[in-house]
Design a protein around this ligand. Structure first.
Ligand code: NAD
Ligand code: GLY
Length: 362
């Protein structure tokens, strides 16, 4: 019998449906053997994660012809050089359209592996094995793949769904505390969007989460994946409701770009971006001041930033926000909130409003 912390979800996207398997220990690749058996596999990881977990994953892919592509670690390497290195490794391994890519790492590796899978021979299968909290609750699910461009984050990419997501929550035991907290930033996002009760749950379970209780972590990851699945099933290619998943991201991406991906971790930038979105929502008259306070209390409790404390000006951030994929005819399109769990898409936000909201968060 499976451990009580094992969970299984399914994302239903017709022919692109796939399972999300959550286990407290081990890489449950046996459960999806038909996806890899008899294929050439390229395992894509980085120089931090590969030494920790590549051997166990290769063991689990028993009988496969597996090669590894180990990339340098970090968001600064989420670029065309790394993407080409994956394609070169696929070419060297002689991979065809029926072979398989497997990611092993955080969101950076998940996004780049997915994009390489989307581009090789116009699209081959891949499996996500996310190893950060952020990638287990968000980046590995939903098929957004890509790399950064010098002009901005995730500007190059494609929608390409994985064939399975394999989550081993024990990998979180080696994750640095700051990275773990960054994952909570994305978890709080789901509460802000449409799950107000989840904010209460996160507050109640804060201690257990920080202590890495296996039962609570498994519950946390399953809940977040279920929220994301619900949204992606409705709107796979972000024509509408999926845009809500970008709560905090328009500010967040600008924060990351402004600091050359070295000032804030992605989840930290999203956390601070959510505070800015709450402030903007308040200034535009959509909600009361308490919304920002509630989010700040929760985020701060997990050690996440709630004030702009780096050497960045509001003007600089707004300039960067102009490059966002969501700017239309010079007007900014942002996710705002009418209350906790009541996010909506606001088109036509003026730059002066952005400036005022950012300045109120310094
Ligand atoms: P990351 O991939 O950079 O990982 C964070 C750090 O933790 C890295 O240094 C990594 O090597 C290390 N690490 C990973 N797993 C580890 C483990 N088990 N033990 C020890 N160290 C470990 O960052 P992230 O926060 O996982 O992901 C952020 C990226 O995800 C961003 O590029 C963001 O744009 C992307 N993202 C994508 C989506 C999507 O839907 N595709 C959603 C959210 C975020
Ligand atoms: N992380 C945003 C999305 O998947 O749409």
């Amino acid at each position: 019998m499976k451990n009580q912390t094992s969970k299984q979800l399914e994302i239903n996207l017709g022919q692109r449906s796939y399972p999300i398997l959550i286990n407290p220990d081990g890489f449950d690749l046996a459960a999806i053997e038909p996806l890899w058996s008899g294929k050439k596999v390229l395992l894509v990881s980085n120089d931090v994660v590969a030494p920790l977990y590549a051997e166990a994953v290769i063991d689990a892919l028993e009988g496969c012809d597996v090669k590894c592509c180990v990339l340098p670690d970090g968001e600064v390497h989420k670029n065309s050089t790394s993407w080409l290195a994956i394609l070169d490794a696929m070419a060297a391994h002689g991979m065809t359209r029926t072979d398989l890519l497997v990611s092993l790492g955080g969101g950076v590796i998940c996004d780049m592996t997915g994009f390489a899978a989307a581009s090789w021979m116009r699209g081959i299968d891949f499996i996500q094995i996310p190893t950060t909290l952020l990638s287990q609750i968000d980046a590995s699910v939903g098929g957004k793949t890509g790399i950064n461009h010098a002009q901005g984050k995730n500007l190059i990419g494609a929608f390409h769904q994985p064939r399975a997501v394999i989550i081993n929550t024990a990998t979180l035991n080696t994750l640095p505390a700051r990275e773990f907290a960054a994952g909570i930033g994305e978890a709080v996002k789901y509460g802000g969007i449409n799950q107000a009760q989840f904010i209460d749950w996160l507050s109640t379970k804060q201690q257990a989460i920080l202590e890495h209780s296996a039962v609570v972590l498994s519950e946390l990851i399953a809940q977040c994946c279920a929220f994301k699945v619900q949204v992606v099933e409705q709107d796979e290619k972000e024509q509408g409701v999926r845009a809500l998943l970008n709560l905090g991201h328009t500010f967040g991406h600008a924060l990351e770009t402004a600091t050359n991906y070295q000032g804030y971790l992605h989840g930290e930038a999203v956390a601070l971006g959510m505070v800015m979105a709450a402030e903007l929502s308040y200034q535009l008259g959509y909600c009361d001041k308490q919304l920002r306070k509630t989010l700040e209390n929760l985020l701060q409790g997990f050690g996440l930033p709630i004030k702009l404390d780096k050497e960045i000006t509001a003007d600089q951030l707004v300039r960067l926000m102009r490059l966002d994929k969501k700017v239309q005819s010079g007007k900014h399109r942002l996710i705002l909130m009418k209350g906790l769990g009541q996010a909506f898409i606001e088109t036509g936000v003026e730059e002066s409003d952005l400036l005022n909201a950012i300045k109120a968060c310094t």
